[in-house]
Ligand binder design. Structure first.
Ligand code: PMP
Length: 424
């Protein structure tokens, strides 16, 4: 398949995974400039949780755009910032009661790094193998999902230590108790041999790996990391940029693991497509951040705030979080049935509408080529999907939370045709 690229006037650093010259979006659908309709099961990498251009979000943005486009946060008080912070806090445990806003996911991760350094007076951070936290130098230093993200950018931020994750390379025995124990032992060993607790400010993890392969690790692993943090007085940061705002069938993925992070990083699904991100922590910790020591010109932008306030209302009023759980289970079952028929699918897993379908070659190597072919064949039939995983061997399903059973049926039927076409 020939994939278009942008003209020479645009940087080639962006890969382009489809040739869809997009014109407009409506709920789960996208339309190109020739009027061809596509099912978008990427949600723009987990952003359009309320569907494309939800009329209520569009209306909120329209109304706001006629009033104010930029009202710099340190020059002017804007009560909408308080309103949004309160609506976020309302869906979180009591301890997470203070918000700092930024624009992109990476920026929010940078904020978390800076906050934990200020709040603890300690320099180092532990991250986990396979995690993705963004592209800016600080966030990239914590990112180990693929080396293409890091190559050529060294030296990255110092004071970062990488601990193993139960998911290793490919679908394997990540559910085994032994593997979890081994990972926790190694984490403990890192604290004993590389960065002592009195130099370690925080650990950061995606509770469910996103770019790294769509993996929910066993509860015992996440709880074990929480215990080690508690034992050594180390903060735990959860990057829920991809998993947040209903994506996994709960408002936030940490709810699946019956523990709470000290800092929650949010972005993507918060504002239905407008740039907005942030971190949420306890007020006592947030107050250790010295006034004026962090910030930026734009965040939070009034249009993004208006979109986010409306997005959170829609999630609640349209029961999109429980829809994510219910439709997610329906999609998972459909894919699991296919796994039973096609041995090239080695694993189907997920929570809510964050589902990974992993492929394997006959010789047991990661099914990179198959996953890419299936993705392309789906695209030519009008279904847009993405891959993920260290070898791009996983097809990820991340549709809007407004998806209905009939949409799933249609997509699964396209997927099966694409599988047959690929595997012969
Ligand atoms: N963390 C996670 C878990 C993400 O999924 C992403 C984006 N894919 C980021 C951080 C970075 O966000 P952004 O691209 O907005 O900088």
């Amino acid at each position: 398949m020939s994939v278009k690229s942008y003209s020479d006037s645009v940087s080639k650093v962006w890969p382009l995974f489809t040739n869809v010259d997009v014109d407009y979006g409506e709920d789960i659908f996208l339309y190109d400039r020739q009027g061809k309709k596509f099912i978008d099961f990427t949600s723009g990498i987990g952003v359009t949780n309320t569907g494309h251009c939800h009329p209520r979000v569009v209306n909120a943005i329209k109304e706001q755009s006629e009033k104010l486009l930029h009202g710099q946060t340190t020059i002017l008080y804007n009560s909408m910032i308080d309103e949004l912070a309160n609506s976020i806090i309302k869906i979180l445990p009591d301890e997470l009661n203070c918000v700092f806003f930024s624009n992109s996911g990476s920026e929010a991760v940078e904020s978390a790094i800076k906050l934990v350094r200020h709040a603890t007076g300690k320099p180092n951070i532990i991250c986990f193998q396979g995690g993705y936290h963004g592209r800016s130098i600080g966030a990239l230093s914590l990112t180990t999902a693929k080396s293409v993200y890091r190559s050529g950018y060294q030296p990255l931020m110092s004071g970062v230590f990488v601990s193993p994750h139960p998911y290793f390379k490919q679908h394997s025995d990540e559910n085994s108790e032994q593997r979890v124990k081994q990972c926790l032992d190694e984490l403990d060993h890192i604290l004993n041999t590389q960065t002592s607790p009195d130099e370690t400010a925080a650990m950061i993890m995606e509770p469910i790996l996103g770019e790294g392969g769509y993996i929910a690790p066993p509860k015992a692993f996440i709880q074990g990391v929480r215990d080690i943090c508690d034992k050594h007085n180390i903060l735990l940061i959860f990057d829920e940029i991809q998993t947040g705002f209903g994506r996994t069938g709960k408002y936030f993925a940490f709810e699946h693991f019956e523990i709470k992070p000290d800092i929650l990083v949010i972005a993507k699904g918060i504002a239905s497509g407008l740039p907005l991100s942030g971190i949420v922590a306890n007020k006592k910790m947030m107050d250790k951040w010295i006034t004026g020591s962090h910030g930026g010109t734009y965040a939070p932008n009034p249009l993004s705030i208006a979109a986010a306030i409306e997005t959170i209302k829609i999630l609640e009023e349209d029961n999109l979080v429980s829809n994510s759980e219910e439709i997610g289970e329906y999609l998972l079952n459909g894919l699991q049935k296919m796994k039973n028929e096609y041995p090239d699918i080695i694993d189907v897993r997920g929570k809510g509408l964050m589902i990974g379908c992993e492929f394997v070659e006959e010789d047991g190597l990661p099914g990179t080529f198959i996953a890419e072919k299936v993705r392309e064949n789906c695209l030519s039939k009008g279904l847009i999907l993405l891959t993920c995983g260290p070898y791009n061997q996983v097809i990820r399903w991340i549709p809007p939370l407004t998806t209905k059973k009939s949409d799933v049926d249609r997509s699964l039927s396209i997927f099966e045709k694409a599988l047959k076409q690929t595997l012969g």
